[in-house]
Design a protein around this ligand. Structure first.
Ligand code: AHR
Length: 501
């Protein structure tokens, strides 16, 4: 197929908030225990954190990590996880049917964040608990000293406050599976009071209101409208969650689901702006897409109830999943004017790009790579590329473009990167990229993932699905011509007037 892309500085969507490359660690499965924390592992540091995991988290360049849940947070007593470890209680976690030992809690996780060069997006329990415990946690983590909770932190050995800036007001409070699930009005009230009191404790923080647990939730739309109507003045973002799976083996429909994601984002923005208009407010609510990924491979995996950190949600991702993850991240970037935060759910072992073996190795899942490329090269400003390419119909969608792409431009470093997924199973594409007013920009690197069976996966002994370098595309005037292989992920890096090497 032949395709065209036009790029111009005027096609700016917005400045990319680095937090769009966030991720998520929940006390679930082997995310914490056997994931980030494994004191007996040969790479463990003095705090018991696996340094091989930290190394890969750094490769992903994740600026923020949501914690400690997820469904887990809706039954969590944060006080169980602070103070001397030997005094911490073991609790039944009703969300996942396991036993939580509380070896890792707030302070340990904050230490891990420092080691992994990331910030924490902290979630509070608005399921079984409420505004009081939430504001106490803000005081514990963020207040310098001279109050009961801040002095308790100091007595635990943490003299300086952690200054956590971003807070989730509960998790998926619309879902029947959630401990302490609520109606939109019940939740709106609790979220408003929690947010108010948390901000009175520390006025520098931002808060995220729970939107619907997914676009398929029965109350989607109405939930956002009602809870926002109540909490609008105190909160800063509304959350979105979405996971996709290829349940019937229809790859083309599977990859086309970003059209649905696009509509999801659009609808939530419309609701936010409707409430803004209704209130004649000057304040704009932006979005936190704080759970997104592919999740379906592990759905029926058995586990031992009430065991500690059993393997749960351990999806092993294949090559087509990597293409969808790339497309989902591109979709988020297309809305970076309003999506300020997003979290790939999750980060280690549990529906994650990083996979470990207890006492053993580690590998990068297929989805690791598109995230790594976008997170490292997709900074600065997102440009809306005008793409003209053939479209097709799938079983579930019509008019699906074969190519999905975005470009990012870093004015300061005079670099630009073009990211494109070719969703066609059989057709390569000759893509002419018109660089318009990007005079002097030349391609310096072309990375791609292609040629793999759509079901190919990585493993401890077999990490075959990975990126490779190609010949740098040719330029003719302002036109850069790129050959995109069928069913491929492509990253073309450009720099003004010089080679990086
Ligand atoms: O990420 C796994 C789970 O998915 C989270 O705990 C929950 O918020 C969502 O339903």
């Amino acid at each position: 197929m032949k395709a065209k892309m036009t790029l111009a500085k005027e096609f700016k969507i917005g400045t990319i908030d680095k937090r769009i490359y966030g991720s998520f660690i929940e006390h679930l499965g082997r995310a914490v225990y056997g994931g980030i924390y494994e004191p007996d592992h040969k790479t463990a540091d003095e705090d018991g954190f696996r340094t091989d995991v930290i190394q890969l988290v750094k490769e992903l360049n994740v600026p923020i990590v949501r914690y400690p849940g997820g469904n887990f947070v809706s039954g969590y007593n944060w006080e169980d996880g602070v103070g001397p470890v030997e005094n911490r209680p073991k609790r039944l976690d009703l969300a996942w049917g396991t036993t939580e030992p509380n070896y890792i809690g707030t302070n340990e996780f904050m230490k891990w964040c420092q080691k992994a060069n990331t910030d924490c997006m902290m979630a509070v329990n608005l399921g079984t608990r409420g505004p009081e415990e939430a504001r106490n946690l803000v005081e514990y983590t963020n207040h310098k000293s001279g109050s009961a909770w801040s002095d308790l932190r100091r007595s635990h050995g943490y003299e300086n406050p952690w200054n956590i800036k971003l807070w989730c007001l509960g998790n998926e409070m619309d879902g029947a599976w959630q401990m302490g699930a609520k109606t939109a009005v019940e939740y709106g009230r609790v979220a408003l009071e929690a947010s108010k009191m948390m901000k009175w404790t520390d006025s520098s923080i931002e808060t995220v209101l729970c939107g619907s647990s997914s676009r398929n939730s029965k109350t989607f739309g109405e939930w956002e409208a009602q809870s926002l109507d109540i909490a609008y003045d105190s909160i800063d973002y509304v959350s979105l969650h979405q996971y996709y799976g290829n349940h019937d083996g229809d790859t083309q429909s599977y990859l086309a689901q970003t059209l649905e994601m696009e509509e999801f984002i659009h609808t939530v923005l419309c609701v936010c702006d409707y409430i803004k208009a209704k209130k004649r407010s000057k304040k704009t609510i932006n979005l936190s897409f704080d759970e997104w990924n592919v999740w379906y491979h592990s759905n029926n995996a058995p586990y031992e109830r009430w065991s500690m950190a059993p393997p749960r949600l351990e999806d092993i991702y294949n090559f087509e999943d990597a293409l969808l993850v790339a497309s989902m991240l591109i979709t988020l970037l297309r809305h970076c004017d309003r999506i300020k935060i997003a979290c790939l759910a999750q980060l280690v072992n549990v529906i994650a790009p990083i996979f470990t073996e207890i006492g053993g190795g580690i590998f990068r899942q297929t989805i690791f790579y598109p995230f790594e490329h976008l997170s490292n090269f997709g900074r600065g400003v997102a440009l809306n590329p005008i793409i003209s390419c053939p479209k097709h119909d799938t079983k579930r969608f019509t008019d699906v473009p074969y190519l999905e792409g975005i470009a990012t431009y870093d004015e300061e470093n005079e670099t630009m990167t073009v990211f494109v997924v070719n969703k066609s199973l059989d057709d390569s594409a000759v893509l002419d990229v018109n660089l318009m007013d990007f005079g002097g920009y030349k391609p310096i690197e072309f990375i791609s993932m292609d040629g793999y069976d759509k079901n190919a996966v990585n493993g401890f002994d077999n990490s075959c699905v990975k990126p490779h370098k190609n010949a740098v595309p040719v330029m003719d005037g302002s036109i850069m011509t790129v050959q995109l292989k069928p069913f491929s992920w492509n990253v073309i890096r450009l720099k003004k007037n010089e080679s990086l090497y």
